[in-house]
Design a protein around this ligand. Sequence first.
Ligand code: HEM
Length: 403
Amino acid sequence: MPIWARLSARSFFRDPVAFVRANGDSRGVLHVGAGRDRFLLLRDREAIWHVLVDGRESFQLGKWKRKSRRFVGEALLGLDGAEHRRRRQLLRPALDRRRVEALAPSILSRVEAAQSGWGDGARIHAHREMARLSLLIAGDVLLSTNLEPEATELGEALARIMAAIPSGEPAEMATIDEAIGRLVAERRRSDQDEGDLIGALVGSDLPLPTVRGEILAFLLAAIDEPPSALEAAWCLLAGRPEAEERLLEELDARLGASTPTLAERGRLPYLDAVIRETLRLYPPVRLIDRCPVSATRIGGARVRAGSNVIISPLVTHREPSLYESPAQFLPERWLSTPLRDLPRGAYFPFGAGAHACIGQPLALAIMWLTLASVGRRWRLRADRDASQLVPRAPDLRFTLERR
Ligand code: HEM
C-alpha cells in the first residue's frame, strides 16, 4: 500500500533523498505538497516504468516541462503524441550514435584545446570550463559552426535563460535570438548538407520561431547537463582516491601514449563504470514530471487527471532496496552487475520511453573523451574536504595537478 504524506514541497526540492528517507519507507507513492504545489513522487520502479514507457499514452508532459515552452516554444522536449513522434524522427539522425562517433576526432580536439590554458597548481571552475567546452562541441556537432568567437557572450546569455526557467520569469532573449537567427539565415542561403540539427530544421517546413526554439533547447541541454556530470565525476573521484587511482592506471595501461578514441570504449571498463556510477549518484536531470490525461491508478494509488506526477532518477538511484550501500561511490559495482542485470526502472539517468534523452550519444561521447583525455594529464584536487564536495555548488573549484 502506498504511503500518503502531505509534506512541504520546499524541503523535498532542497534534498529529495533525505526527504524521502525521512518521510516514508514505502516503495509506492509519496504525496508531497503544500498549497497549490502538490505532486506525487513515484518510488515503485514498476510504476515508474508504467508512466514513462508501457502506459505512456495515458500521460502528458508535466507542468514543469511545459514551463520551458515560454523560452523554447514548440520544441521537441515540450511536445506530446504524434507531433512529438514526427519531430523526433526529423531530429534523430543528427544525434545518431554513429554520426556522433564519426565526429569523435573533432570532439576530442575541442577537449584537448580546452586544456591548453591549464597549468600545474591552477584553480579551475570545472563547471564553467566544461560548459564552454560543451557549447563549442554542440556548435560543431549540431550546427557545424565554430562558436568560439561568440562563446563567452552566448554562454552567458544561455546561463541567464537557464536560471530563469524554473521561476518562469522573463529573461533577456535578444542575444540568443540574434545569434541563432543569423546561423539559420546563413544555413538557408547555403546548400550545405552536414546531416546536422540545424540542417534538419532548416530543411523542414517548421516556422522560424520553432526552429530557433529548438536550437536554443539543445544548446541549453549542452551547457548544463554534460558539465554537471563531469563536475560530479571529479567530485566523486576526489572523494575516493582508490577509485581515481584505478581509473588513471587503466587509462595509462590501455591508452599508452595514444590519444583516446571512442573505438576503445570496450577496453576501458573502469572508465565506463565511473561514468555509470556518477550518473547514478548525481543524475544531472533530477526530476522528470508527467501528468495523467484521465483519472488512473499508479502504484496502487488513485490519481486524478491533471495531477503532477514526479519521477526522480536521483531518488530511485539511491533506493536501498535497489542498490547496496546506495550513497557510496563504488564504480566496481558495475563491473560485477552489468546494466542488463538490473530490473527495469532501477537506473534511468537519461530517462526512458518516448522522451528518453535524444542527446545521450553526444553526452556520453563528451564524458568519455573528456574524462579519458583529462585523466591522462591531470588530477583534479578538491579545494576543501573532498568528502564534503557537492557538485553544482557555485564556488566549487579544483586545483590542477599535472601527472
Ligand atoms: C549527461 C548528460 C545528460 C543527461 C543525464 C540527460 C538526461 C535527460 C533526461 C532524463 C531526459 C528525459 C526527460 C523526460 O523524460 O521528461 C532528457 C531529454 C532530453 N535531452 Fe538530455 N540529458 C543529457 C544531455 C543532453 C544533451 C547533451 C542534449 C543535447 C545536446 C540533450 C537533449 C535532450 C533533449 C532535446 C531531450 C528531450 C527529448 C524528448 O522529449 O523527446 N540532453 N535528457
